[in-house]
Design a protein around this ligand. Structure first.
Ligand SMILES: *[C@@H]1O[C@H](CO)[C@@H](O)[C@H](O)[C@H]1NC(C)=O
Length: 644
């Protein structure tokens, strides 16, 4: 009997158990948890080996040019033996995230080859256009030997350049953090710069979506574009360069992104500027929210963070859309994990669940759980209420601190829900852990392309998030990360495109052995965000320097201070509040900051206050902010807030 049958039991027991019999919830939870633990224990190493197989010189990649990655070894029905810019960037993002968390010389060689190959590929003229005006960067796919693909296709696809930029930016941060700033500047930044130029120039034109079917404006493409411009600008500053097009355009991309939210449907629409008769319910939103995850943004809704009310509401609507249409989902009610596809109207191979989307549903929840735990509370808004009611029917709107029964119920049921999606994949996985693209909606058998690289990459990211290993953040203190302009404009910036060097990377760039980081680099980009890996062996930090950043426009003579429920924060006595400094404050980025060393794992509540010249105090609005100092290897972290 497969362990999945425990889920059937869980469905009826879990919700009752939450209300009346917490111990039986815990034992049911243990069963699923053990299933998922053992599935990932074998599947993660297998997935990594299969990802490597599909990259040039790997076991499935004969004839593939150095640095390129095939979407699948399948050469017919369907033929996926091509290098897609999007798929490759997403796969390598998972590889780079893994590498950043744990040094691996083999992965590093693959990453370096990928970057060099993309520098070359950018210049290859193709049916989408050429390099001189950037248009060729929108080409979705290339032959495995690196030559242009001239068959008819849904093109251009404008998500490729921003996604590729994100992947290369993450590797650049590793280089900088380990003292190899000149490599980042000389070899990686020139490739990134072309992709950022493309994004700033073409973001406001229609293109094909990530499923290569719909010509319009895709939520996924816009979300990736916004992140790339913000993070690209941050990286440019660290390298002593600038990206003025990023700074000019990023706020407008975020502005446009807000218009994908359907308040009547309570979910993010997959595509707009299109009339295709679809509902717009689409796992496009899972891929987007997981790709845009930055733990320092908390549950920010403008960027659709995984625990934001908008992203959770979308999670519910999209998952529910697959409950009744796949027969393998029958019998599983709301709040119980099911197999998840792309969008309910899908007819490709008759429309089926995809492994990467069922795992993506889990990954979003693991991301949310991470943030809830680190902030020490869960907030239920009227937008996210339907999602949370599926976990606990009696819940109402409000903020629940981590020591309340409601928090514990929601946290535990969300964890069981997340693990249930992984258990679904474990049930329908192919022989020896093989992951194709899809699994049959009626029988659950693997379907379509075999050994899809992206399916395996989704195992790596879901398993890492479940283990509390989160990617580097991207927002830092850039105000364009979350502030939405009052009006949206259709603008763009014409870019300059320059062929990037394709010379080999220097040898032996092992961790921490490079030249020291110049002291002019902003420290914010040298820290490793709030990542606190819990699975790697490392010295557990006993205290953590928490940098509290508060965005607040102030006038001359005013001081921002922080006050909270612990002695280090004045025990709510405003005369003992800790003053923040304006050393990072500019008119474009009005951030006050202070670093306070706190005990790892300490839970606290706090608020910011403004102290006026006459000594009077203005408090932030309720509720109190809640935060738990991360307990892990990191000895410093950042908590970014905006005046509430
Ligand atoms: C361009 O941006 C404007 C302003 O946000 C928006 O109304 C329009 O739909 C966008 N068009 C495309 C194709 O992105």
């Amino acid at each position: 009997m497969h362990p999945f049958s425990s889920l059937l039991l869980l469905g009826t027991l879990a919700l009752q158990a939450v209300l009346g019999r917490p111990n039986s919830l815990l034992s049911e939870r243990e069963i699923i948890k053990r299933d998922v633990d053992s599935f990932f224990a074998t599947e993660v190493p297998y997935a990594l080996s299969q990802v490597k197989c599909n990259i040039a010189s790997g076991c499935n990649a004969g004839g593939v040019a150095s640095g390129l990655v095939i979407a699948s070894p399948s050469k017919s029905d369907p033929d996926y033996f091509y290098h897609w810019t999007r798929d490759a960037a997403l796969v390598f993002k998972a590889v780079v995230d893994r590498f950043v968390n744990e040094y691996d010389a083999d992965l590093q060689a693959l990453i370096q080859n990928y970057i060099t190959s993309q520098a070359r590929l950018q210049t290859v003229s193709n049916p989408s256009g050429s390099f001189y005006d950037g248009s060729g960067l929108g080409e979705p796919k290339f032959n495995a030997d690196g030559s242009q693909f001239t068959g008819s296709w849904g093109r251009p696809q404008r998500d490729g350049p921003p996604l590729r930029a994100l992947t290369m930016i993450t590797y650049s941060k590793w280089l900088i953090n380990n003292g190899y700033q000149s490599t980042a500047k000389d070899l990686v930044w020139p490739v990134i710069q072309n992709d950022l130029a493309y994004t700033a120039q073409y973001w406001n034109q229609t293109g094909f979506d990530l499923w290569e079917e719909v010509q319009g404006s895709s939520f996924f493409t816009i979300a990736a574009s916004h992140r790339a411009l913000v993070e690209g600008s941050n990286l440019a500053k660290t390298l002593g360069n600038s990206c003025s097009a990023c700074d000019a355009i990023a706020p407008q991309v975020l502005c446009f992104q807000q218009s994908f939210w359907s308040s009547s449907g309570n979910y993010a629409l997959a595509n707009i500027n299109v009339n295709n008769g679809r509902s717009g319910k689409d796992t496009n939103v899972f891929v987007s929210t997981n790709q845009g995850f930055d733990p320092s943004l908390g549950c920010d809704a403008t960027t659709f963070q995984p625990c934001s009310d908008r992203a959770l509401a979308s999670h519910k609507v999209v998952v529910d859309s697959f409950r009744s249409i796949y027969s393998i989902n029958s019998g599983f009610g709301k709040g119980q994990a099911v197999a998840v596809g792309r969008y309910p109207e899908d007819t490709y191979y008759n429309g089926n669940p995809w492994y990467l989307h069922t795992l993506g549903a889990a990954e979003q929840l693991y991301n949310a759980l991470y943030v809830w735990k680190s902030q020490g509370s869960i907030t239920v808004t009227s937008t996210s209420l339907p999602f949370f009611q599926d976990l606990s029917s009696s819940v109402s709107t409000g903020t629940y601190a981590s020591d309340t029964p409601t928090y514990m119920t929601l946290y535990n049921t969300a964890m069981v829900y997340a693990d249930g999606f992984v258990d679904n994949v474990a049930k329908y996985v192919g022989a020896n852990g093989a992951l194709a693209e899809q699994y049959d909606r009626n029988s659950g058998s693997p379907l379509s392309a075999r050994d899809l690289t992206w399916s395996y990459a989704s195992v790596l990211t879901a398993a890492a998030r479940r283990a509390g290993v989160v990617p580097l953040g991207w927002a830092e203190t850039n105000v364009a990360a979350t502030s939405v302009p009052g009006s949206c404009y259709a603008t763009s910036a014409n870019g300059a495109y320059t062929a990037a060097p394709t010379s080999p990377f220097p040898a032996s760039q092992t961790p921490g052995n490079g030249e020291p980081v110049p002291s002019t680099a902003p420290t914010s980009t040298r820290t490793t965000g709030t990542a606190a890996p819990t699975t790697t062996s490392c010295a557990q930090a006993t205290s953590v320097a928490v940098s509290f950043n508060e965005r607040k426009v102030t006038s001359f003579g005013q001081t921002v201070k922080i006050v909270g429920n612990i002695p280090a924060l004045g025990s709510w006595d405003t005369s003992k509040a800790v003053a923040l400094s304006t050393s990072q404050y500019t008119s474009n980025n009005p951030v006050w900051s202070v670093s306070i060393t706190l005990a790892a794992g300490q839970a606290l509540q706090y608020k910011y206050i403004v102290v006026n010249t006459d000594g009077s105090v203005t408090w932030e609005a309720d509720p109190n902010r809640a935060y738990t100092v991360p307990k892990g290897c990191a000895t410093q972290t950042t908590k970014s807030d905006s005046w509430q």
